[in-house]
Design a protein around this ligand. Structure first.
Ligand SMILES: [Zn+2]
Length: 93
């Protein structure tokens, strides 16, 4: 049986509608995380199946959560490896 590529990400149903969520605030990290990728990027609607109403809501919540530092902007691998003491090390020579 041929696989429908549209079914790759499971049912195209809005998780928030299924959970009967009326409002998503920036403190609702449990709800927000469904729309965040591993790198804390906002997942596009075509992947998550979130309806427009809830996508708008969660997008605003994510942006707000970033402003108040509840979630990081970008998770950069380089920053993890980088030694913070290198920046303050006095230059020689
Ligand atoms: Zn919805």
């Amino acid at each position: 049986m041929a696989q429908d590529p549209k079914r790759k990400y499971g049912k195209k149903r809005c998780k928030y509608c299924e959970m009967k969520v009326d409002y998503i605030g920036y403190k609702d990290l449990e709800l927000i995380k469904y729309s965040l990728s591993e790198r804390y990027k906002i997942m596009p609607r075509r992947l998550t199946g979130t309806c427009k109403k809830h996508q708008d809501m969660v997008t605003k919540a994510i942006k707000r959560a970033r402003q108040v530092a509840l979630i990081p902007y970008v998770v950069d691998r380089k920053r993890v490896i980088e030694n913070p003491f290198d920046a303050i090390k006095p230059l020689k020579g």
